[in-house]
Ligand binder design. Structure first.
Ligand code: ZN
Length: 417
């Protein structure tokens, strides 16, 4: 390996960390990082990223979905392209690593190759997506869906809080929404998509690993459970004669937790419990709670969902309450490509890190390519597993490992099988 990659050891981390600090200063709000799709900070960040891409030897364009696309040409005779990307939009009061890390890391890895005049048997396009977090408009992944060819034109009519439509915002940004369909990439032309992203969870930190290889982006079920009991006086109704909706909901919540704990690769969260008209001296007549169920395996998730429905019904029956189960949103898991993930794992190993495979509980641009373009993801350890917060942090050392893994991965997929 890869005299080049070894020679680059220790150089990437500080450079990337420094650029992330520069980029984090570009915000729609003073005193924190907020960068919404097609807003003023997005415009400035896109310009900054474009300049870095040019300096790194890429030709740059802003596509119809406001993705910044930097292209590094292949060695002569090659016809395919590898996409490497992540996003530069953020949540409100964000951390500086979510999304931005993947974009800046990709640029620096290309820069390192470019400085050595090194070309690959495929072109590289580094893509800075702008619409991953879905904060401004109702739908999300507008940028990556455009490349996947799955962007729905009706999303152009979505309006933000000020009544500005996605179409108007794109036009004001200098993009032509009528050309969105032209951004679709053909799987024949695209070798794959790779994304480096902070883990946004505590697993790698727990296991003392700088990076991990993603297996799949979790599928998800969201549901609302309505529990109807009988309201009553807290003093006069004997315990044996109650149909307490809140106590029933509490038991259901614990049953959900127990079911989720029974399997790895399954997480269930009741994040919201409401008791309309609640009072300290009233037995709750009605309670409502949310369910968020995720797994990298659709089979696991659907089996858990079925068990949870049965448990909720059994608890309701025993307690003499009614329980309604309303499914709100379902998405199947997006699996990483085994071949690309194998190469990524080999690159992790070559960089001296034990290979840890883990699912992603959060959504990412990569999932827009599910079943269209093969994709792989590398997670980077983040402190305390904290994300979507100014406290988000990945160390320059870990970032350095991630960049070296990406550089090594480029060599490995370029090599004959
Ligand atoms: Zn992200």
């Amino acid at each position: 390996m890869r005299a080049e990659a070894v020679a680059l050891h220790g150089r990437f981390g500080e450079v990337i960390a420094g650029r992330l600090i520069e980029l984090a200063a570009v915000s729609d709000e003073a005193g924190g990082l907020t960068r919404l799709y097609l807003g003023p900070a997005h415009r400035k960040a896109a310009a900054m990223v474009s300049a870095w891409m040019r300096e790194a030897g890429m030709t740059v364009r802003l596509d119809a979905a406001a993705n910044v696309v930097g292209r590094y040409e292949a060695r002569p005779g090659a016809t395919r392209t590898l996409l490497i990307g992540s996003h530069i939009d953020t949540v409100r009061n964000a951390g500086r690593f979510d999304g931005n890390l993947g974009v800046v890391t990709a640029i620096e890895v290309v820069r390192a190759a470019s400085e050595l005049s090194k070309r690959f048997p495929f072109a590289i396009e580094v893509v800075a997506f702008g619409d991953e977090e879905g904060v401004r408009f109702a739908s999300t992944l507008g940028g990556s869906r455009a490349l996947a060819g799955t962007f729905k034109a009706k999303a152009l009519d979505e309006v933000d809080l000020s009544g500005v439509s996605r179409r108007q915002a794109l036009l004001a940004f200098g993009c032509d929404p009528s050309r969105l369909g032209d951004e679709a990439r053909s799987p024949d032309e695209i070798l794959g998509y790779v994304e480096v992203h902070i883990e946004q969870g505590p697993v790698l930190e727990q296991e003392g690993l700088a990076v991990g290889v993603v297996t799949a982006i979790d599928g998800m079920t969201r549901a609302t459970i309505e529990v109807d009991g009988v309201a009553g006086h807290a003093g006069t109704v004997p315990m044996s004669l109650r149909n307490d909706a809140l106590a029933a909901a509490a038991e259901m919540l614990l049953a959900i937790e127990t079911r989720a704990r029974s399997r790895p690769n399954l997480v269930a969260t009741v994040g919201k419990l409401e008791v309309p008209g609640a009072a300290a001296n009233t037995i709750a007549g009605h309670a409502r709670f949310s369910l968020d169920l995720r797994s990298p395996s659709d089979q696991e998730r659907l089996a858990a969902l079925s068990d949870i429905r049965d448990a909720v019904a059994a608890i309701a029956q025993r307690r003499g309450v009614a329980a309604g189960f309303l499914i709100g949103h379902e998405a199947s898991a997006a699996c990483c490509d085994p071949r690309l993930s194998d190469r990524l794992a080999a690159a992790v190993e070559a960089c001296g890190v034990k290979v840890r495979h883990l699912p992603s509980g959060a959504g990412h641009d990569a999932m827009a390519f599910d079943r269209i373009i093969p994709f792989a993801m590398l997670f980077v350890r983040c402190r305390g597993g904290v994300s979507h917060s100014p406290a988000e942090f990945a160390s320059p050392d870990d970032i350095d490992v991630a960049a070296r893994v990406l550089a090594t991965f480029l060599d490995l997929i370029g090599a004959p099988p």
